[in-house]
Write a protein that binds this ligand. Structure first.
Ligand SMILES: [Zn+2]
Length: 346
């Protein structure tokens, strides 16, 4: 079938599933099934082994995901040069629809999602780290860096970014969603995107969610995480409350930052309550010079911030196999990326 026709027909089918039955979650599960049948998702989660490391005394944990296939993800799954007549856009960016068509020879199809302020394509991750691992890429080829930190006028503003992330989290209450800034785990810097995945059925909560936070003093300040190796701030409430408080706080702390603006970056993680009526937004200030948990290796992105380290290389696998890892190893590893923008974030 012609690519545009198969895109439209899948979108019509998924849209009706979204409207008639289970909302966006159902549509994304159907997209995943479609992408397995088409042969686009080449991996499944069977080769992933997960280990939980508990604190000896407290009710805290960290996890390790042993994922040998992850090391091969940069090999890509598609063709790199277009057949004649096909469009080669933006250096072959593989989140641009026009490129996806020839790169994946028609196998990859996306689901179009509108939010209050943006248009996205949901694209399945061919090397999933978690169930229903999906990339929500803006339909336009715009940079991942937020306008506050970028000279590029095409960049998204912070408010728009947070509104979209929080809205999508509320529409996907069984998922966890995140944004990785440039130098904070983003693998594609030239095309704006979020990632979402479904919680694991047997261990649905992440280590970060087991921790206590300080209580917000006056309702405007965020809550700060306690006993965690990474500096994390949190806001909870309705989407509009959370977005306006977070924007005000973050904009101010960037102004007061002692670290040069060119080094600042961040992760955002959003989850919602079971019925999707309120949102929890985590803000993780980051320094582009502190990207890794393992010296110059092992980039820390959203999943690692949540408390699950992905180990893929031979060296990392040996660490696990030789029993060299425990709770405190991971605590120290994650502390390598902890950053505060200003003293206000204490
Ligand atoms: Zn692109």
């Amino acid at each position: 079938m012609n690519y545009d026709l198969s895109w439209t027909s899948l979108n019509t089918k998924l849209r009706s599933s979204e409207d008639l039955s289970g909302g966006l979650s159902t549509a994304l599960l159907e997209l995943e099934n479609h992408q397995r049948e088409s042969g686009f998702i080449v991996d499944d989660l069977r080769e992933i082994h997960r280990f939980v490391f508990n604190h000896p005394k407290k009710d805290y944990s960290f996890r390790v995901q042993l994922n040998p296939k992850r090391a091969r993800r940069h090999d890509g799954t598609g063709i790199l040069h277009p057949p004649r007549k096909e469009t080669y856009l933006n250096n072959g960016c593989f989140l641009c629809r026009k490129n996806i068509e020839w790169q994946q020879e028609g196998r990859q199809v996306g689901f179009e999602i509108k939010t209050q302020s943006g248009d996205y394509n949901a694209l399945m991750n061919p090397f999933p780290l978690m169930p229903n691992h999906v990339v929500l890429a803006s339909q336009d080829h715009i940079p991942q860096e937020v306008k506050l930190l970028s000279e590029n006028q095409q960049s998204k503003g912070l408010e728009e970014l947070l509104e979209d992330l929080c809205e999508l989290a509320c529409r996907l209450p069984k998922h966890v969603g995140f944004y990785n800034g440039v130098g904070a785990g983003a693998s594609i810097e030239s095309h704006f995107h979020f990632q979402f995945f479904r919680r694991l059925p047997d261990i649905p909560n992440f280590p970060i969610e087991e921790r206590s936070f300080t209580s917000s003093k006056d309702g405007r300040c965020p809550e700060f995480i306690l006993d965690y190796p990474i500096h994390v701030l949190r806001w909870r409430g309705s989407i509009s409350e959370v977005v306006s408080k977070a924007c005000a706080w973050i904009t101010q702390s960037i102004k007061e930052s002692k670290i040069g603006k060119h080094r600042l970056t961040s992760n955002f993680i959003a989850t919602s309550s079971k019925l999707g009526e309120s949102v929890t937004l985590y803000f993780i200030p980051r320094d582009k010079e502190k990207q890794f948990w393992n010296g110059g290796k092992g980039i820390v992105g959203g999943l690692e911030i949540l408390g699950e380290l992905v180990m893929a290389s031979d060296d990392e696998r040996t660490l696990v196999e030789k029993d060299n890892i425990d709770y405190f190893f991971i605590n120290t590893a994650l502390s390598n990326v902890s950053t505060q923008f200003s003293n206000k974030n204490v």
